[in-house]
Design a protein around this ligand. Structure first.
Ligand SMILES: Cc1cc2nc3c(=O)[nH]c(=O)nc-3n(C[C@H](O)[C@H](O)[C@H](O)COP(=O)(O)OP(=O)(O)OC[C@H]3O[C@@H](n4cnc5c(N)ncnc54)[C@H](O)[C@@H]3O)c2cc1C
Length: 350
């Protein structure tokens, strides 16, 4: 069979994951069109290989060798579909860079994504974990997505309900895991700005900068970028995948127990339950800035694991397990990994 997409073999992914881990894909393809994506999938079916979609590689931990076809989803396009006095409906294809898409939306007087500025990666991966920051999540503006079924090669539609979004979670991490490649996302943004400044230092920084003056969407976006640059390592300088663990959810009775022992514990209400600040737990377990060989926690934010240079996926996994163990020993709380692991240990859920 002839495949009208270039397939490379033994392709190095070291430049394609923000942790900078050495990893070789048995096969690699870049899909710039739906037809190229379909032919890449046909190739994988013929070879009976699993398919791993890859965007910006900012939320993955890669093993040394991936016996799979890795497909870099590079479909491009951003469109305003409709506009009325309340709502601007926009659609972006999966290969668009997320931050550039946010800036484009603001240029088009479409608001609601400003708090999600500077999150690395591409549009296609955003629904996978329902990206979120500074009190806003993708689900807040999400309408639908189009995703190619890996088995049939057909494009199917998912509305918000069928995506089953949760905190850093969606159906694509659970029941529909490894079954689809997202090709485009449609969002309903606001035609007028409704600032959401209640989270973290964002409101304080804007008040310092602007006094009583109401911030524009660009002011908010810039403030978010500045806070993020201050707190998080730049992957082009220090390999990392952002927050390595999710903030663990605990029941009210569990929260009472923890509060008695640790009155300063940092937590936020999450429905009936509580979300603990995982960074605080790691910090209090004495692990901030801790290092073992090439891997450590980031000096300014213990929730971020960094590759100091020369680490492998296995080194990162091993260090992350030590962090989980120490936090569990101290607090009796289990941390869950946020990035997706692609290596033999993938069967291990934590
Ligand atoms: C410095 C830093 C800061 C970060 N801050 C945040 C933050 O504030 N909030 C937040 O939510 N996340 C954050 N992240 C995590 C990451 O940026 C997001 O999860 C992002 O959406 C990942 O996009 P990506 O294109 O890099 O995905 P990748 O790492 O390429 O892929 C992640 C997962 O999605 C799958 N995938 C990718 N593309 C597709 C597709 N088209 N169809 C189906 N599956 C696909 C992959 O197979 C993989 O399982 C941060 C990461 C870094 C490095």
């Amino acid at each position: 069979m002839n495949f009208p997409v270039k397939i490379c073999d033994n392709y190095s992914l070291v430049e394609r994951n923000t942790l900078g881990l050495p990893s070789t894909a048995r096969y690699y393809a870049e899909a710039n069109t739906v037809a190229e994506l379909q032919s890449a999938l046909a190739f994988a079916r013929e070879k009976q290989l699993p398919v791993i979609p890859l965007g910006g590689g900012s939320n993955v931990v890669l093993g040394d060798f991936l016996d799979a076809l890795v497909v870099h989803v590079n479909l491009k396009g951003k469109t305003v579909l409709s506009r009325d006095q309340d709502c601007v409906r926009v659609r972006a294809e999966a290969g668009e860079n997320w931050h550039e898409f946010v800036l484009w939306s603001l240029d088009n007087q479409a608001y609601g994504l400003e708090n999600l500025s500077l999150i690395p990666g591409n549009v296609g991966a955003a629904p996978i974990q329902n990206i979120g920051a500074y009190g806003v999540e993708l689900t807040d503006s999400f309408v639908s997505l189009e995703a190619m079924n890996l088995e049939s090669g057909q494009v199917e539609y998912f509305d918000r309900q069928s995506c089953r979004f949760g905190y850093r979670d969606s159906v694509f991490k659970r029941e529909k895991r490894d079954q689809y490649i997202i090709v485009a996302v449609t969002l309903d943004l606001d035609a007028t700005l409704k600032p959401n400044l209640g989270y973290g230092q964002l409101g304080d920084l804007l008040a310092r900068r602007l006094g009583d003056q109401a911030p524009s969407a660009v002011d908010i976006s810039r403030a978010v970028c500045d806070i993020r640059r201050e707190k998080l390592p730049d992957p082009s300088e220090v390999g990392n995948a952002g927050s390595f663990f999710k903030n663990p959810e605990v029941s009210p009775s569990e929260m009472d127990r923890l509060k008695q022992e640790y009155p300063n514990i940092v937590a936020y209400p999450l429905g009936q339950n509580w979300k603990l600040a995982a960074g605080w737990l790691i910090d209090q377990a004495g692990l901030k800035g801790e290092r073992e060989g090439c891997v450590g926690t980031y000096q300014k934010q213990a929730l971020v694991l960094v590759n100091h240079g020369g680490a492998t996926g296995r080194d990162v996994l091993s260090f992350s397990r030590q962090v989980q163990q120490k936090v569990n020993e101290k607090f009796g709380v289990q941390l869950e990994r946020e990035p997706r692991l692609y290596m033999d240990d993938d069967k291990i859920p934590l």
